[in-house]
Design a binder for this molecule. Structure first.
Ligand code: ZN
Length: 280
C-alpha cells in the first residue's frame, strides 16, 4: 500500500513538461501555468498559459512551429478547453516568423507596433490578428487579464501581461531571471524605465522570458544587472573604443553576469554599444 502511494505520489509530482522536450511546465497559481524553456534548448522564450472559463490564452514570443505544437500538446494535458488566443508579447522585425504553427482558429493579440512590423514583412498569415494601442483588458468569469504596452525595452511595442486578481505578472523577454537572453533589438534607456515601472506593481509571482518563476526581487536583480552592463559598455565608449574593442575588453566580473551569458555576449555588447552611442 505504501509503495502504491509512493508511486502515485511520484506520478502526480512529475512535471507536465517531462513529456515534452522544449518546455518544463510549472503551475503558477490556480489555472495559471508557466512553460519554461530549456536553457540549452532551441526555443528562445518562456510562455505563460491562462486557463479562462471557456477557453485558453497563451502569451509569449519567438514561437516556432515546433514550439507552438508543443504548447498545444501541453494545454491538451492540462484542460479539455480549446486554445483561443495567443498574445504575441513582441516581435523582432526580420528575425523569423511571428507566431505560426497555431491552428487558424487561434486569434493572435498583439500591440499595434508589432502588428505594423509583421505587416511590413508581408508574412503569410493564417490567423486573425487583433491589434491594440497602450492597454487591452480581457475579462470573463473571475479572470481579468491586462495587456500593457511598455516603453521600447526589449523590443519596440513589447507587452507585459498582468493578472490583477492573482497579482501575477508575465514579463516575457523584458526580464530574464538568473539566465542570459538575447538583447539585440530594444533600447537601453527604455528597458530600464520599463523595469522600474514593473518593479512598482503589486505582484506575488513573476514569470520571466527566460529562467524560472520569481517575484519582484527578480525584476530588481535583472534591472541592476542591466544598469551595470550598460555602465560598463558606456565606459568603453567614452574611452573612444570601437564595438570590437569593447567586446574584447568588456570587464564586468563573472559574479555580476547571469549564467550562460557567454552565449550571447558578443551580440549583446555590440547592440548596447550601438544603442548607447546613439543615445549619447
Ligand atoms: Zn525576444
Amino acid at each position: 500500500m505504501r509503495t502504491l502511494f509512493a508511486v502515485v505520489f511520484l506520478l502526480l509530482s512529475l512535471p507536465l513538461g517531462s513529456l515534452a522536450a522544449l518546455y518544463t511546465v510549472t503551475k503558477v497559481d490556480e489555472r495559471l501555468y508557466a512553460a519554461i524553456v530549456d536553457p540549452d534548448g532551441p526555443v528562445a522564450s518562456n510562455a505563460f498559459i491562462v486557463v479562462m472559463p471557456t477557453s485558453v490564452l497563451v502569451a509569449g514570443a519567438h514561437f516556432t512551429p515546433a514550439a507552438s505544437a508543443e504548447i498545444t500538446r501541453i494545454i491538451a494535458g492540462i484542460t479539455p478547453l480549446p486554445l483561443r488566443y495567443v498574445v504575441l508579447t513582441h516581435h523582432h522585425q526580420g528575425k523569423g516568423i511571428a507566431g505560426f504553427g497555431f491552428p487558424p482558429t487561434v486569434e493572435i493579440i498583439l500591440s499595434a507596433e508589432s502588428f505594423a512590423k509583421i505587416r511590413e514583412e508581408k508574412q503569410p498569415l493564417s490567423n486573425r490578428l487583433i491589434a491594440f494601442e497602450k492597454v487591452m483588458t480581457l475579462s470573463g468569469g473571475k479572470q481579468t487579464i491586462l495587456l500593457m504596452q511598455m516603453d521600447q525595452g526589449h523590443s519596440r511595442g513589447n507587452l507585459a501581461v498582468y493578472l490583477p486578481d492573482q497579482a501575477v505578472l508575465f514579463t516575457s523577454d523584458l526580464m530574464f531571471n538568473d539566465e542570459a537572453g538575447s538583447m539585440t533589438d530594444g533600447s537601453p534607456r527604455g528597458w530600464v524605465q520599463d523595469l522600474l515601472q514593473l518593479e512598482k506593481m503589486v505582484v506575488t509571482k513573476v514569470v520571466p522570458g527566460r529562467g524560472n518563476v520569481t517575484g519582484s526581487k527578480g525584476i530588481r536583480r535583472f534591472r541592476l544587472f542591466l544598469q551595470d552592463f550598460f555602465t560598463e559598455v558606456l565606459s568603453h565608449l567614452e574611452r573612444g573604443e570601437s564595438a570590437a574593442e569593447t567586446v574584447a575588453r568588456f570587464g564586468l566580473p563573472p559574479e555580476k553576469m547571469p549564467p550562460h551569458f557567454f552565449r550571447v555576449r558578443q551580440e549583446n555588447i555590440e547592440w548596447a554599444w550601438r544603442e548607447l552611442r546613439e543615445q549619447r
